[in-house]
Write a protein of this length. Sequence first.
Length: 150
Amino acid sequence: MKNVRDVLREKGSTVYSIGPEDSVYDALKLMADKNVGALVVFEGDRMVGIISERDYARKVVLKNKFSKQTKVKEIMEIEITTVTPSTDLEECMELFTEKRRRHLPIVEGDRVVGIISIGDAVKGVIGHHESLIEQLEGYIKGHHGRRDRS
């Protein structure tokens, strides 16, 4: 099974971040500019949360707040579920489901080295399954037509 490190090799390890005192508007603008659905929130060098488009929809729009007046710290998720580069994608899928998350920061030691989305994990799992199917087809074709000569 593929792991998070394999996904990072394919998609890259860029982590876009914002500060807790920044406005939600600035966070949304950065997400739109970078075409990502979530940002890691850092206070200095320390990860203190994660903010996503979903947080905006549920905690700003639906509560009639304004993104320019609302700070990231007011809506960010502070219970952060993380994975490591060696975490396999099956475990990531379980975390996405159990913890109801769509993004998981990837940590190595005390450093954030990437972020994986549910879409990244699904793509990785599908790629793994396609590879297995190709290997099985090759195995079957390689043995098709051979007769046991015993």
